[in-house]
Design a protein around this ligand. Structure first.
Ligand code: ZN
Length: 224
């Protein structure tokens, strides 16, 4: 799996304000009801003027919207971007492949149906077909949901290789904002776990193996 997020980029070729903008968007991603400027300033440890300018710029591009109460939420422009981003997963156009099957399922059951994959520790919705019921499923392609919070995430978690599962659990336990079911994927601990350089994950992986050789290898890699 390719590295994602901060681990994939070198500091030399990064633009700090875009990193900060992504921090703002990532925090809003985890807040269904939006977040206030004060919360963003406190959680991201950034100057208020920086957060304000980022939000103002994002608002001009419809990437965020202000609620009636003055909080900020992710904006509808992201839906168009997400629909394109989700269209190619691992070289496979999953939405196109899935569509006829989803539509047949929806026609047979009257229910909304979706196809999701695990992406960077979250559930990524790739394709959706509408149901016939009045209160149908409201997820949209490109939406990211917590893995623990629905049947699809649980099914995918149940069949993950032990090492990938250990990585996801380790983020929940070790995230600087944790223990939490929704690790931020951006703190030092999360980035180290994503990059495979966290000892906690190596140790948990050892627990999932039974060979004594595995333990020897782990012991050799631990620097005391
Ligand atoms: Zn974290």
């Amino acid at each position: 799996m390719p590295m994602t997020g901060l681990a994939a980029a070198t500091a030399k070729h990064r633009i700090p304000v875009i990193d900060r903008m992504m921090d703002v968007l990532a925090l809003l991603e985890r807040r269904n009801d939006g977040a206030s400027i004060r919360e963003l300033v406190e959680r991201l440890d950034l100057p208020r003027t920086t957060v304000y300018r980022i939000l103002n710029t994002l608002q001009l591009h419809d990437m965020v919207r202000r609620t009636a109460g003055g909080d900020y939420r992710l904006g509808p422009r992201l839906l168009a971007l997400a629909a394109r981003a989700a269209a190619d997963i691992g070289g496979v156009d999953l939405p196109v492949l899935a569509r006829p099957h989803l539509e047949r399922l929806s026609a047979a059951t009257g229910e909304a149906c979706k196809v999701s994959v695990i992406d960077d520790g979250a559930l990524l919705v790739c394709a959706v077909s509408e149901g016939k019921r009045e209160y149908a499923l409201t997820v949209v392609p490109g939406q990211r949901l917590p893995l623990h919070a629905g049947a699809a995430g649980k099914v995918l978690l149940a069949h993950l290789p032990a090492k990938e599962l250990a990585r996801i659990l380790a983020k929940s336990v070790n995230c600087e904002h944790g223990p939490t079911a929704t690790p931020d994927n951006t703190c030092h601990a999360c980035v180290a776990i994503s990059a495979g350089s966290s000892l906690d994950v190596i140790e948990m992986d050892a627990a999932s193996q039974r060979g004594i050789d595995d333990i020897r290898e782990i012991r050799d890699r631990v620097v005391l």
